[in-house]
Design a binder for this molecule. Structure first.
Ligand SMILES: *Cc1c(COP(=O)(O)O)cnc(C)c1O
Length: 397
């Protein structure tokens, strides 16, 4: 008799996550299978993580090889996978140096610590970081404070001070919020979790100019937009605006938990005096996986595929919007899209699409988020949109 894994979870696991009633056991490319053998098109890709596809052979081989060779030594020593990863990230971005950690929240924490030290050294002790409403920067206490969505903070007050929130897509709001205490502005170049909100032309340029004028650091949280998601290797390339500091995680490791923050030389103010560190950060196993995944993304031009498939997905979703009364808005870029409905139907649509064999992300009560692996092809895009429409029909019927 097979184990009832749902019963095991309800007995032993903390009630912090709401699950869909399905046990996923295997993945390949754009597809995953549950324990009953049902196949799904995975258009959530582990929350924008599996950019190189599930069970990517290059990533799997790198992990297996590294596991047989060396897993962990600590950062007292040089290790090759960490340095190869640092090299490929720097050589393919506008940033000069990398620090490797274990998650998106941790990468953002590191970036904010860097900005605070920068403020101490160069900006008369300025420490405040301006972030945007509807941003999402992670779930540590400080990143809960950085995140511009009050509902993530309410239960955990008092949260750390030093963050100021302003409306997204509004340069004047950033200017008005700037004081002698401001050290940095931290933005997702395109907001993911907070609604898939794209910046208007001129917004990021305007913030960049303001930061230059005032000597502030511009931090881009590219945890979700990095590694090809928007159709360029890093999101900032899509908008032609370079940050001083950039954070990565999600798509970086091809599925293993890893994060990183990168900075231009002028902003790389940490010194090797115990100012920042991590036991697992830069671990040989996760770095070998991240190097293999990043190399795969670059060598196979997955950003280019994301751009082409994103056009196809975007047109199909806009056509769906024309046909379906309930669709209120379709927005996105590359392979990160949101479909918003005129009522709170996302919670019903989600299981209906699962019945049809399509996994999506929820985006509040009114909307869904679509973010397939960047290896997705035309037929999978077309099939997914058909399944989405079939799911809509189920909910309506
Ligand atoms: C997911 C996300 C984070 C948090 O990453 P974790 O790895 O869950 O800590 C931070 N910033 C953005 C933009 C994200 O999408």
């Amino acid at each position: 008799m097979s184990t009832d894994w749902k019963a095991v979870e309800s007995k032993y696991y903390m009630f912090a996550v709401r699950r869909q009633p399905v046990v996923i056991v295997r993945g390949q490319g754009t597809k995953v299978w549950d324990e009953d053998g049902k196949e799904y098109l995975d258009f959530t890709s582990g929350w924008a993580v599996n950019n190189a596809g599930h069970a990517n052979p290059a990533v799997a081989e790198a992990i297996a090889e590294q596991a047989r060779t060396l897993l962990q030594t600590s950062n007292q020593f040089y290790t090759v996978p960490q340095l190869r990863l640092a090299e490929i990230l720097v050589e393919n971005s506008c940033l000069d140096r990398v620090f490797v950690c274990n998650s998106g929240a941790e990468a953002n924490e590191g970036a904010v610590k860097l900005a605070r030290k920068y403020g101490k050294m160069r900006l008369n002790g300025a420490y405040e970081v301006i972030t945007a409403f509807n941003s999402f920067h992670g779930r540590t206490l400080a990143m809960t404070a950085a995140t511009g969505q009050p509902h993530y903070q309410e239960l955990y007050q008092p949260v750390p001070v030093g963050f100021k929130h302003v409306p997204y897509d509004d340069v004047d709001a950033v200017k008005a919020a700037t004081t002698d205490r401001t050290a940095a502005v931290m933005l997702e170049p395109l907001q993911g979790e907070g609604g898939v909100n794209t910046p208007s032309p001129g917004y990021l340029e305007g913030v960049r100019e303001w930061c230059d004028e005032r000597g502030l650091l511009l931090i881009f949280d590219e945890v979700q937009t990095g590694l090809g998601r928007l159709g360029t290797l890093f999101g900032y390339e899509s908008f032609g605006v370079e940050p001083d500091v950039m954070t990565l995680a999600k798509g970086l490791g091809g599925g293993v938990p890893i994060g990183a923050f990168l900075a231009k030389d002028a902003a790389s103010v940490f010194e090797p005096k115990g100012e920042h560190g991590s036991t697992f950060g830069g671990n040989a196993l996760t770095c070998a996986a991240a190097f293999a995944s990043t190399k795969y993304v670059i060598d196979n031009d997955l950003p280019g595929n994301a751009s082409r498939m994103g056009e196809r997905l975007g047109s199909a979703l806009h056509a769906l919007e024309e046909r379906q009364e309930s669709v209120k808005d379709v927005r996105g870029m590359g392979l990160l899209w949101a479909v918003e409905f005129d009522s709170e139907m996302a919670a019903d649509l989600y299981p209906a699409c699962m019945e049809e064999g399509l996994l999506l992300g929820l985006l509040g009560p009114n909307a869904i988020r679509i973010m397939p692996p960047l290896t997705v092809d035309e037929s999978e895009i077309d099939e997914a949109v058909q399944r989405l429409e079939a799911g809509l029909a189920r909910v309506a019927g």
